[in-house]
Write a protein of this length. Structure first.
Length: 160
């Protein structure tokens, strides 16, 4: 199935799972995230919106990768990159910043695999938040001490 077909399928819309696709268009489902995950996702989105006002942050951002459509937990895209999608249902070039929040169902190797997919699709930075709120920043060459695109982003996310 194409991503547009998946979005328009009423049976898929009723599923209580996060839906992605593999490289052959088959559905890949995972359980919904915890409330902590949602709180962290919201906090990162809010911070990105405030710290990088010349673009937009979004959650559950669908990105067409070599492995199918994968949704990163949070993404930030400049106006130019957002406009280049022409309101398509999926990013064919990844947003500049792709963020994953590590859930109990994710292993670090799985997170790093997603990092590779997003870089291969055009991301400039990949961030992940560990289960303790620690932020880890990467560019295509490897780990960074802090984000280059948003150097004032906090090293730890705290939610009450």
């Amino acid at each position: 199935m194409t991503w547009q077909e998946i979005l328009e399928d009423p049976d898929v819309a009723r599923l209580e799972y996060r839906v992605e696709s593999d490289r052959w268009g088959n559905l890949v489902m995972s359980p919904p995230p915890s409330s902590w995950h949602g709180d962290v996702q919201s906090e990162i989105t809010t911070l990105l919106g405030r710290l990088l006002p010349h673009g937009r942050s979004t959650t559950e951002c669908p990105i067409q990768t070599s492995e199918g459509v994968r949704a990163c937990d949070v993404a930030w895209a400049s106006r130019a990159r957002r406009n280049s999608t022409n309101r398509k249902p999926v990013f064919t070039v990844a947003p500049e910043i792709c963020v994953e929040i590590q859930s109990p169902s994710n292993s670090l190797p799985q997170i790093m695999e997603r990092k590779d997919w997003f870089f291969a699709t055009g991301a400039i930075e990949f961030w992940y938040c560990d289960p303790y709120g620690g932020m880890h920043f990467y560019d295509a060459d490897g780990p960074l001490e802090q984000s280059v695109l948003c150097p004032v982003f906090p090293a730890t996310i705290t939610v009450d």
